[in-house]
Write a protein that binds this ligand. Structure first.
Ligand code: AMP
Length: 279
């Protein structure tokens, strides 16, 4: 696997591959790789001639400095995982390679970001959209792979690609979970074993809520019960929403064939986790 720290060197590699008519699949990450990331890379490996992964803990998408400082960084282990999944190239830039100077461009995704992560993490999606745009310009991929675990991010990226006519297909990959149902996340590394057991209740409560909704109970009737159930387990819910899984608009029930998603952000042992169930 080739490792590139400089934009110019990666661009050179990409243009060589393009000259050879190779298709490029791209998996952007913030590192501390786990089997959720491996799944994205596996799908990319099956679909693209050349698989490029980036590891960049993007400072501009953190609205909380402490979260940025404490974000797990496990580069040596990540490189081993990338080799094992036969990734061809890793882009591993320093922050000043990506941000030579402060970015002035501001994105506004309207109602797509007026809820959930957009509401609770001001500036987060602007940081995501800027860095993903930069990475798309650098890597110039045919396919880019994103996890459904970050469902609102996925909707934002699809909008970004449409609005700016990026010549890339966005491929969404279902959430990979621990056997307990806990969604795999780099942030899980910061949980104790007990914390992981507690955090498994997040998905359990979403599964319960899903079956209640499918039996005709309205979301509003059951929402506070779910929040209280999680509170009893030691989990502080930041938000719990039922939304259309494409538009992210709040809905009160699953009334038609449109797929909906239960989305949650919750804090366990001081660690903020997000998850969702699409049905
Ligand atoms: P991150 O490194 O957390 O920024 O995530 C990089 C990519 O991996 C994003 O597209 C995430 O949605 C995706 N991802 C993270 N966790 C999972 C998971 N458990 N299952 C599937 N995809 C995931």
């Amino acid at each position: 696997m080739r490792v590139f720290r400089k934009i110019s060197e990666l661009r050179q590699f990409i243009s060589e591959q393009r000259f050879l008519n190779k298709s490029i699949g791209f998996v952007p990450t913030m590192g501390a790789l786990h089997s959720g990331h491996s799944e994205l890379l596996r799908v990319a490996r099956n679909q693209s001639d050349i698989v490029v992964c980036s590891i960049f803990v993007n400072p501009t998408q953190f609205n909380n400095q402490e979260d940025l400082i404490n974000y797990p960084r496990t580069t040596d282990r990540d490189i081993e995982l990338l080799k094992a999944v036969e990734c061809d190239a890793l882009f591993l830039p320093e922050a000043d390679e990506i941000y030579k100077e402060e970015t002035r461009l501001k994105f506004n995704f309207g109602w797509l970001e007026s809820t959930m992560e957009g509401l609770h993490r001001p500036g987060h999606f602007n940081g995501v959209a800027v860095v993903v745009s930069k990475l798309f310009h650098i890597v110039n991929p045919d396919f880019a792979y994103f996890g459904q675990k970050d469902l609102q991010q996925l909707a934002i990226i699809k909008q970004l690609v449409k609005d700016l006519s990026f010549p890339v297909s966005i491929i969404s990959v279902p959430t990979v979970r621990e056997s307990s149902g806990l969604a795999k996340s780099s942030r899980n590394e910061r949980l104790s074993i007990e914390g992981k057991n507690i955090a498994a209740h997040i998905n359990k409560s979403l599964a319960q809520l899903e079956s209640q909704l499918l039996s005709g109970i309205s979301f509003d009737e059951y929402k506070s019960e779910s929040i209280n159930y999680l509170k009893d387990k030691g989990i502080e819910v930041e938000y719990l929403e039922l939304v259309d899984s494409e538009t992210m608009k709040a809905v009160s029930n699953k009334l038609n064939d449109n797929s909906v998603a239960l989305c949650i952000a919750a804090v366990v042992e001081g660690i903020r986790l997000i998850d969702n169930r699409i049905f």
